[in-house]
Design a protein around this ligand. Structure first.
Ligand code: AMP
Ligand code: MG
Length: 516
């Protein structure tokens, strides 16, 4: 493992930043108790270096355009109290809910392999909403104005990318994949300037927490072991309270975080998801998918698929995601070294040993998922090869990842010529022979397959269509319809048939952007 910290230059501009608190008036702190906010602010009890307290920059004419009632209920919020004016005010940051103590989180990160000091440049954590079940979720604004970490950025977000995050994060949630979620989007009535002038927007998102690998890298870069320890202890308390360390809680933390990432990335691969920008600042220790910038779902199976316009070398391509997760975990491990063992040599070898288990752990989750996708209810030694040979076949013929699995579950492959190809036919015979060797009926296999192979995913052209209607024509009905199908991805009602179709050649190649 190598360390590549550069000097923390951003501290220089820190002191000169004007704190927004200075011009937020007390009347902005009015509250309607019936909304159900129940904030705690445990993150703010970390050492001060981890955050800067400040309020959002008010916006001109906020308008709530999307609101996730189901998520609001889950959080213990009362949707009726959060619509209309109150929703406009609260989800734009013009009114801070009672109990919230907004702050920008400090963090660092390796971006495309290079270390940088970052931090919330356009986001603010309001605090942790404690749900009726006693669970704790960060509530965060994204696009709420400049902070000391904004560098050259304007602290704002455009409507399209915020709606895109809303759609895709909610789709992942419905697919059963751990993710941050989207509670609301408001338009600000202000323009943001990218290549052109765009409508400004703020997304309110929730997360089990926003502690990133990059948060640990930030602490390590400051070189204060007490701060790293405080962060590690907090992370253990918050996300791994059941950790039973054999005398070394920090090594156990590394192992537990690795387990969650291995499981998460396996789940991405199993549905054809490409995160697109797996920088260490975009990897959350809680194991949730975070930061939906250039992410997208793959249509035709190709492990080299990368949609992001800035990912020139395919560093974050579909098939490289496990390797990158392991690389990121190595960066995490480096930050824990002083806590793992006082003898640095010993610490390195202990951490290396833990990290080297990643491939096997990942493979375990991936294979378990693949067995379900193929309707296999027991285990045989060759199951991995069976799954890989199918993927190779799909790659050779460029078949649609999602639909191929769904076709297999339907019991009949379509007449299209690729499925009649010799290698495909041979594979299907092998798979059918394998199914016959298990005691369970075809019906049980089919049921398993139909609950692990989605019928509908957020296809890029469908997402674009929804965004275009909303952004260009102020028509949110297309997005709402898409969200309704995506919320039950394993169901397949006839009216959703058009949503299975891959994009037309004219809609490809698809490119994604970081969405700033
Ligand atoms: P992301 O690419 O969204 O993961 O962001 C990387 C870093 O850039 C984070 O520190 C963000 O807070 C920051 N950032 C992204 N967009 C903006 C913006 N419009 N203004 C200020 N900072 C931003
Ligand atoms: Mg990020």
């Amino acid at each position: 493992m190598t360390s590549s910290y550069s000097s923390p230059i951003f501290f220089q501009s820190y002191a000169s930043f004007e704190r927004q608190e200075d011009f937020i008036t007390p009347s902005n702190r009015q509250n309607r108790p019936e909304a159900g906010w129940k904030f705690e602010n445990s993150y703010a009890r970390l050492p001060e270096a981890f955050y800067v307290r400040l309020n959002p920059v008010p916006v001109r004419t906020p308008k709530l355009v999307v609101f996730n009632e189901a998520l609001a209920h889950f959080l213990g919020l009362n949707p009726d109290a959060l619509k209309d004016d109150e929703g406009d005010a609260v989800f734009s940051g013009n009114r801070i809910p009672e109990g919230a103590a907004p702050l920008a989180q400090a963090y660092a990160g390796h971006q495309f392999g290079f270390f940088t000091m970052l931090g919330d440049g356009r986001a603010l954590l309001l605090g942790e909403q404690v749900t009726p079940k006693g669970e704790r979720f960060d509530i965060q604004y994204k696009g709420s104005g400049r902070t000391p970490f904004s560098r050259q950025g304007d602290g704002r977000a455009a409507l399209g990318p915020m709606l895109r995050e809303y759609i895709i994060s909610e789709a992942l949630h419905a697919l059963g994949i751990p993710t941050t979620r989207s509670l609301a989007v408001v338009t600000t009535g202000e323009q943001v300037f990218r290549e052109t002038a765009l409508q400004g927007a703020i997304l309110t998102r929730t997360a089990s927490s926003h502690i990133r690998v990059g948060t640990f890298e930030y602490a390590a870069a400051r070189g204060k072991p007490d701060e790293i320890r405080a962060l590690a202890d907090y992370t253990i308390r918050r996300h791994f309270p059941d950790l039973t360390p054999d005398g070394n809680p920090y090594l156990a933390l590394l192992g537990a975080a690795m387990e969650r990432q291995a499981s998460l990335v396996a789940r991405w691969l199993l549905v054809g998801f490409i995160h697109g920008v797996m920088n260490t600042d975009n990897m959350a220790l809680c194991g949730e998918t975070i930061d939906y910038g250039p992410c997208a779902f793959m249509d035709a199976y190709d492990p080299n698929t990368a949609f992001s316009s800035i990912d020139h070398n395919g560093r974050y391509a579909y098939g490289r995601q496990p390797q990158i997760a392991q690389w990121n975990l190595a960066r995490f491990a480096e930050t824990l070294l002083p806590l793992i063992h006082e003898d640095s040599q010993k610490a390195v070898s202990m951490a290396n040993e833990a990290i080297s288990g990643f491939s096997e752990t990942f493979r375990h989750y991936w294979l378990a998922g693949m067995r379900s996708k193929l309707g296999l209810l027991n285990q045989e030694a060759d199951d991995g090869a069976l799954a890989e040979d199918l993927l190779d076949c799909m790659h050779r013929h460029g078949t649609d990842f999602t639909n191929t699995f769904r076709y297999l579950a339907s019991g009949s492959l379509p007449e299209a010529s690729v499925f009649r190809a010799q290698d495909f036919k041979q594979w299907v015979e092998r798979w059918q022979a394998r199914l016959k060797r298990q005691p369970d009926s075809w019906e049980s296999s089919r049921r398993l397959m139909n609950t692990h192979n989605p019928a509908v995913i957020p296809r890029n052209h469908r997402v674009e269509e929804a965004l275009e209607a909303a952004v260009e024509r102020d028509d949110f009905t297309v997005m709402k319809k898409l969200l309704a199908f995506l919320s039950q991805p394993y169901r397949d009602p006839p009216e959703q048939a058009g949503y299975h179709l891959p994009p037309l050649p004219s809609e490809q190649p698809y490119r994604t952007f970081c969405g700033t």
